[in-house]
Design a binder for this molecule. Structure first.
Ligand code: GLN
Length: 304
C-alpha cells in the first residue's frame, strides 16, 4: 500500500498544474486531447500493480513506441543495429534534419526520429508483416488483446509527415534505408499511432525492470545486457533535448511521447507510466514529468 499512498498524494499535488500546457498541435487528432487528464501506473517485478487517475485511458503512445522499435530491432539483428545508428544524445530536436548531413546519414541514436526510421527499416527487412509483429508483441507483453492503433492519428501523421518523409529520403541518399520510403513511413506512423493506457504500458515494459523477462513469464524478451543498453539509452536520449533535466530531477531512464505519456524504469524494481497531454516547450508532458519527479523524491528511488 506504500506505493498506492504515494500515487494518491501525487494526484493531489499535481491538480493545480493540470490544464496549464497545451497538447501537441501538429495534427488535429492530438490537439483535441484533454489537457486536464492525468493517470499514473506502477508495475513491480513482483507483479504488484498500483494506479491512480485515468490510468486505464488509452492515449497515443507516439515516441514511446521507439522503445518497442529498438527492442524488436535488437531481437532481429542483435548488435548489428549499431552499424546504422549511434548511441549519443543528439542535443537537437527529435525531428532534426541538419545533424544527418554532417554525420553522413548515421542518426545519433535510436530515439530520435531518424534513428527510429532506420530501425523500422531493419524490422521490415526481417519480417513479412511488421504491423502484426508489433501488434502481437504489444498485446502479449501488455496482456491486453484489445490494444489497437488509432486510424485517424495514423492517417494524419501520414498526411502531415513531410519532415519524416524528408528524413527517410535523406537517409536513403546515404544508403541507410533499404525498403521503400512508403513502407518505412507507414510502419513508423503505425507504431506512433498505437493507443495504450498507462496500465498497458507499465505492464508491457516491465521486462525493462526485470533483466529482459516479463515478471509473469519465464521466457526472455531480450537479454539482460540488451535490457541495460535500452535503459542507458532511455537515460541519455529518451526525453528529447531534455534528458539532462530528467536525469537531474527524476533520476531514472525515461521515454516520452508527444501524446503526453512518459515511461520510467527502476531497474530490478518496477516500471512506471505517467500521462497527461499538456506538453512543455521541449515536447515532454509537463504534469507527467512533475509526477515522476514527485515519485522519486517521495520514494528515494533513483539509479544514482
Ligand atoms: N509521430 C511523431 C513524429 O514522428 C512522434 C513524435 C514524438 O512523440 N516525438 O513526429
Amino acid at each position: 500500500m506504500f506505493y498506492q499512498k504515494i500515487l494518491d498524494q501525487i494526484q493531489d499535488e499535481i491538480q493545480p498544474l493540470l490544464g496549464q500546457c497545451p497538447p501537441a498541435d501538429y495534427i488535429p487528432a492530438l490537439a483535441e486531447a484533454d489537457n486536464t487528464a492525468f493517470g499514473m501506473s506502477v508495475y513491480t517485478v513482483e507483479g504488484e500493480h498500483y494506479q491512480v487517475g485515468a490510468a486505464d485511458t488509452p492515449f497515443s503512445i507516439q515516441s514511446i513506441s521507439k522503445v518497442y522499435n529498438l527492442t524488436l530491432a535488437m531481437r532481429f539483428i542483435g548488435d548489428d543495429f549499431l552499424k546504422r545508428v549511434g548511441v549519443e544524445p543528439s542535443g537537437t530536436a527529435f525531428n532534426s534534419l541538419s545533424q544527418l548531413e554532417y554525420e553522413h546519414g548515421i542518426p545519433r541514436n535510436p530515439f530520435i526520429n531518424a534513428g527510429a526510421l532506420v530501425l523500422t527499416d531493419t524490422i521490415i527487412s526481417n519480417s513479412c508483416n511488421p504491423y502484426q509483429v508489433l501488434l502481437d508483441f504489444v498485446r502479449t507483453t501488455s496482456g491486453n488483446e484489445t490494444v489497437e492503433y488509432d486510424e485517424r492519428v495514423f492517417q494524419s501523421e501520414y498526411d502531415h509527415g513531410h519532415r519524416n518523409a524528408a528524413l527517410v529520403s535523406y537517409l536513403r541518399s546515404f544508403g541507410n534505408i533499404k525498403n521503400t520510403s512508403d513502407a518505412v513511413l507507414k510502419t513508423y506512423f503505425y507504431q506512433c499511432a498505437l493507443k495504450m493506457s498507462c496500465n498497458d504500458l507499465a505492464r508491457s515494459f516491465s521486462y525493462l525492470a526485470n533483466a529482459g523477462r516479463l515478471p509473469s513469464s519465464r521466457s526472455p524478451i531480450i537479454t539482460s545486457r540488451q535490457t541495460r543498453r535500452i535503459n542507458s539509452l532511455m537515460m541519455t536520449c529518451g526525453t528529447y533535448d531534455e534528458a539532462g533535466e530528467f536525469a537531474f530531477h527524476v533520476g531514472l531512464p525515461c521515454k516520452s511521447g508527444v501524446g503526453g505519456g512518459v515511461l520510467a524504469v527502476v531497474p530490478q524494481k518496477m516500471v512506471i507510466c505517467a500521462w497527461s497531454p499538456g506538453l512543455n516547450s521541449k515536447g515532454n508532458s509537463m504534469v507527467a514529468t512533475r509526477a515522476l519527479q514527485l515519485f522519486t523524491e517521495k520514494t528515494g528511488l533513483s539509479v544514482f
